[in-house]
Design a protein around this ligand. Sequence first.
Ligand code: HEC
Ligand code: HEC
Length: 325
Amino acid sequence: MIAATAIIAVSDQPENIEESTVSNNSIVEVVKPSVWQAPDESLMPATEKELILYGKELIKNTSFYLGPKGTVASMSNGMNCQNCHLDAGAKAWGNNYSAVASTYPKFRERSGAEEDIPKRVNDCFERSLNGKALPVDGKEMQAIVSYINFLGTNVQKGDKPEGSGITEVAFLDRAADPEKGKLVYQNKCVSCHMADGAGMANADKTGYTYPPLWGKHSYNDGAGLYRLSRFAGYVKSNMPLGVNYENPQLTDEEAWDVAAYVNSQERPKKDIKKDWPNIAGKPIDHPFGPYHDGFSEDEHKYGPFKPIKAKREELKKEKSKKLKA
Ligand code: HEC
Ligand code: HEC
């Protein structure tokens, strides 16, 4: 019999340690907070099942329905939502949708407004898929929203499960280097995404077998992946194809450098003049000024990010002092 068992919950953030009582002669079990898994299809309400499954299909094969030769409409660049939200938005640290139903509607600094799920979905249509917004009252948007809500079935309002979203890769002490990234690309990415970054179309040209990473059919410069931290975090836990957060292949340096290389290539431009109305709310790695912290666009694009982060913390402190005075 086990007399006493200490259970230690571990996570990346030490402040998340919930319990760590260790007594003499105890067996220490290390229990990681359980990583989110998509709910089983059997939990789909019968009345909504068809709509939810259509939503899933639209996430997986977006281009077939809504791409350049789409059967429903022609309004996006040929990519699929799933290209960046892996396993139809169900993969741990694969940019999944586990925390969408639980955290939206929410205020977002990029738009300076409260966004609901359809608005957020359309952000990706207009940026990541360099296309047009989907009508919010149409069947396709309803289906996508139903599916995303279904994925959040077991998540409490306000919660972000372990494994949601994208891996945060530690900042380097130097700027990310496109030259070094080019070598990473040639060694580990070129076989699928091709030397010109254009990927490879599928046989009937309705979408991609290997999606493009730059060029006119790729995401535009207003998209999330255009920020180096998002790209580095996505590839660290998901690329080359087949890896996951438990067996990454790229070092942190390789992830940042390949992000720098890919995001220094040509891609479609988006008019983002209205983004980030509060410039103090811009992410550290948003590559377009103006900024309130005195660093240049180049520094915000490639880093090093530690000095920018330090400066921003200083500015925040000064501001709260002034407010108190
Ligand atoms: C080129 C890559 C890419 C494609 C394609 C893409 N997205 Fe995204 N999406 C992102 C990134 C990056 C984020 C932001 C993740 C972050 O900041 O942690 C995001 C965020 C989201 C979010 C918010 C997630 C959250 O937890 O707040 C939703 C919802 C979403 N995307 C839906 C879609 C839908 C629907 C499609 C297809 C129409 C799509 N995306 C296509 C890259 C992409
Ligand atoms: C074995 C083929 C393969 C290799 C090698 C590979 N990828 Fe991918 N990559 C894919 C496929 C396939 C997808 C889309 C996955 C899906 O739709 O399920 C993808 C998606 C992506 C995406 C998001 C979609 C887009 O087009 O913007 C990025 C970013 C990406 N890969 C970067 C990389 C990087 C960087 C490397 C090298 C470190 C790499 N990949 C290596 C096959 C590959």
